[in-house]
Write a protein that binds this ligand. Structure first.
Ligand SMILES: *Cc1c(COP(=O)(O)O)cnc(C)c1O
Length: 391
């Protein structure tokens, strides 16, 4: 039987047993609608408020600044479209390497008459705070820079950007979906006004996320209807999902340090070994400012997609660029933005490690990558031409 080694934690994660246990009562006997008056409803209401406290506590926010949503994409869209609706034809600053939930929303807003600046990044995928400062204009109403990139794992200088935004009196949003629960975040120290997060990237359930909205910031409601989420997002709460999100966040915050040490140890080992054992390979992203679990390689002369298919036959789940772009012939916008030529962008594979992965799994993966990359190169015309040229 082939093993099953999951190395795609940036795409999604499985729900932890403790999280499932937290959710189950609200799918079964505790089914009350939090808006109703009886005891049964009160217990659902309490579960939602406890989750709100757990999430707020982990990022230095107040519980009433946390608004539950249907996920990271929804939170991103809420901010961008909400701010744009308050300030039509004004200016938004973002980057070329955002998740499509931000980029495609920005492109749509441009068609509606908003002005957009897409900041470039350096070869490690970093945007500089100085560039952000220079891009600010009198009509700038929002800066949206992701906390950490989902493809190459680069962590942005969020604190510096926050300081610049605050000084310029411009709102600062960060898509922290990859960072939340994985690296320390303090919304006050970092001057973050708005922040998106999603439960399924930290061992919580899919289809639930949150938007942090700093007290006093004006954002129009996302969904009009009942009074849920302080009249900002109507609709009966996803109580089991929210309770699971709260538990996942609590676990993530309380174990962050050891987990991050363990995972980044495995990541560094994987990177070191792959670069040492597989020739003509490069690491994409930053060596130092990188999410604990992220490794992204380009294996010259091969197609990343072909490697993925072969890795799958060996029981290894990995991804080319981002899950959202799998199957698309266009190279990843992130790899293009860091300056990779098309061939190297198409030759890339992302492996993202989680807490349940073991050293043995990483060793097995390294072995398979070595074997499969050389097998693919044996049938590669480019590799053939290259080796001939080398004589
Ligand atoms: C996964 C992801 C999203 C989307 O979150 P969903 O909850 O799946 O909608 C947004 N931004 C980043 C950086 C992500 O990694």
């Amino acid at each position: 039987m082939k093993p099953m080694i999951y190395l795609d934690h940036a795409a999604t994660t499985g729900v932890r047993p403790e999280v499932l246990e937290e959710m189950l009562p609200y799918l079964q006997e505790e089914y009350g609608n939090p808006s109703s008056v009886y005891d049964l409803a009160g217990r659902s209401r309490k579960a939602v408020e406890e989750a709100r406290q757990r999430i707020a506590g982990g990022i230095g926010a107040k519980p009433e600044e946390i608004y539950f949503t249907g996920g990271g994409s929804e939170s991103d869209n809420w901010v961008l479209k909400g701010i744009a609706s308050l300030h039509p034809h004004c200016h938004i600053i973002t980057t070329r390497i955002e998740h499509h939930a931000v980029l495609h929303a920005c492109e749509w807003l441009e068609q509606q008459g908003m002005r957009l600046t897409y900041l470039p990044v350096n070869e490690q995928g970093m945007v500089s705070a100085e560039q952000v400062r220079k891009a600010i204009r009198p009509d700038t109403v929002l800066i949206s820079v992701m906390f950490a990139n989902n493809e190459i794992g680069t962590i942005q200088p969020i604190r510096e950007i926050g300081r610049i935004a605050r000084r310029a009196h411009v709102l600062f949003h960060t898509d922290a979906v990859q960072a939340f629960g994985h690296v320390p975040i303090d919304v006050n120290e970092m001057n973050i006004d708005l922040m998106s997060a999603s439960a399924h990237k930290l061992s919580g359930p899919k289809g639930v996320g949150m938007l942090y909205i700093k007290a006093g910031i004006e954002l129009p409601p996302l969904i009009h209807g009942g009074g849920q989420e302080r009249h900002m997002r109507a609709g009966t709460e996803n109580v089991p999902g929210i309770a699971g999100f709260g538990k996942a966040a609590q676990l993530a915050f309380s174990t962050m340090r050891e987990r991050s040490e363990k995972i980044s140890g495995l990541r560094d080992y994987l990177i070191r070994q792959v670069l040492a054992l597989v020739p003509y390979t490069r690491l994409n992203g930053s060596r130092g400012r990188r999410l604990p679990g992220n490794a992204n390689f380009s294996f010259q002369f091969i197609e990343g997609e072909s490697l993925l298919v072969l890795l799958d036959t060996r029981g290894i789940c990995a991804s080319a660029g981002s899950a959202c772009s799998t199957g698309s012939p266009e190279p990843s916008h992130v790899l293009t933005a860091i300056g990779l030529p098309k061939e190297l962008a198409h030759a890339s594979v992302r492996l993202t490690i989680g807490e349940e992965n073991t050293k043995e799994e990483i060793d097995y993966t390294i072995q398979q990558i070595m074997e499969l990359v050389s097998r693919l190169r044996e049938v590669s015309d480019e590799y053939d031409a290259f080796t001939r040229q080398q004589g």
